[in-house]
Design a protein around this ligand. Structure first.
Ligand code: SAM
Ligand code: DTB
Ligand code: SF4
Length: 331
């Protein structure tokens, strides 16, 4: 006689079903995308893009630096590290009212998300009180909220979530193998920890990186694979083209070739079909034609504001004129 109970029979049956593992991108698979003839790569990226998004819509966020300069970290690209002598002047944490005024202006200019950046290794409790107030107030304007405050600890991600935060920006910045050549004051694994905390708190993840820091194509492919293999991949993936800032160790870094940058956008689009790929820093130096190619390759969000954190950006006027020429709708 069979003595197995219905409950344990069910448990046995469930155990025999393999747990689905999300598809993983190998570095070689991403590198193979880079190696495609450009027209094939762009075609494939545009196909993936159309399967997942309206190809004529681009999301626009505005960015503001709520606390500038004097940062303890040594990120070699950054004008805000206290270690480098750059033209960036230190500014204390802004008043909530001033941030709110900037958010209202950004909304009037058509931005749907307001991103607030602080030059911190991570926020302290007193600073969290002010930032959560900023989040609540910006949210009440009917805008999506995003902050980038460095590494989080304890219950900080939950506190941000409770204030109404939609997105947390925390970039992997470059491939794990290349990380130490760019930053030594924290590890890439620390960044992954913060991303996991953000995810666990139910906040959407914005994470990407910078190209043009002297990394190899393999490094670029590795960073894209690493982002794509986060489970789930970040909802928003900023791809920054290095702004080489005088006084930083990367001031003389050789500019990445435009086609290589374009290939990276296309590879990110294909590897992360459902993510917004954000054409981020470095857009001001790009021609309208280069930006149009990036949109064709699958970029579908931008920072649309006259200034990034410390450096100037392609202005809202130029963005809107370009959208008009390309028939793009701002969302
Ligand atoms: N301190 C926080 C952090 O590091 O996450 C938030 C601010 S930090 C300036 C945000 C991101 O801006 C960096 O992760 C980096 O990807 C990007 N970034 C900074 N300086 C840049 C530059 N010169 N060119 C391109 N991207 C840059
Ligand atoms: C991101 O990936 N790029 C933005 C945003 N996230 C915070 C910042 C770009 C900074 C560019 C250099 C500067 O303005 O200092
Ligand atoms: Fe500080 Fe962020 Fe700049 Fe690094 S990138 S020096 S953590 S502000």
């Amino acid at each position: 006689m069979n003595t197995i109970s219905p409950a344990s029979a069910l448990a046995q049956a469930a155990a025999s079903i393999p747990t689905p593992t999300p598809p993983r991108w190998t570095v070689s698979a991403v590198e193979a995308l880079y190696q495609l003839p450009l027209m094939d790569l762009l075609f494939r990226a545009q196909q993936v893009h159309r399967e997942n998004f309206d190809p004529n819509e681009v999301q626009r966020s505005a960015l503001i630096s709520i606390k500038t300069g004097g940062c303890s970290e040594d990120c070699s690209y950054c004008s805000q590290s206290a270690r480098y002598k750059t033209d960036t002047e230190r500014e204390a944490l802004m008043e909530v009212e001033d941030v709110l005024a900037a958010a209202r202006e950004a909304k009037a200019k058509g931005a749907t998300r307001f991103c607030m950046g602080a030059a911190w290794r991570g926020p302290k409790e007193k600073q969290m009180e002010v930032v959560t107030q900023m989040i609540r107030e910006v949210k009440s304007l009917g805008m999506e909220t995003c902050v980038t405050l460095g590494m989080l600890k304890d219950d900080q991600a939950q506190v941000l979530k409770a204030a109404g935060l939609d997105y947390y920006n925390h970039n992997l910045d470059t491939a794990a193998e290349f990380y130490e050549q760019v930053i030594t004051t924290h590890k890439q694994s620390d960044r992954l920890d913060t991303i996991a905390q953000v995810r666990a708190a139910g906040i959407k993840v914005c994470s990407g990186g910078i190209l043009g820091m002297g990394e190899s194509r393999r490094n670029r492919a590795a960073m894209i694979a690493q982002l794509a293999n986060l489970n789930p991949p970040p909802e928003s993936v900023p791809i920054n083209n290095l702004i080489a800032i005088p006084g930083t160790p990367l001031a003389e870094s050789e500019k990445i070739d435009n086609f290589e940058f374009l290939r990276s956008i296309a590879a990110a689009r294909i590897a992360m079909p459902k993510s917004y790929v954000r054409l981020s820093a470095g857009r001001e130096a790009m021609s309208d034609e280069m930006q149009a190619l990036c949109f064709f390759a699958g970029a579908n969000s931008i920072f649309s504001c006259d200034k990034l954190l410390t450096m100037s950006n392609s202005g809202v006027g130029r963005d809107l004129a370009l959208f008009d020429k390309l028939g793009l709708r701002s969302v």
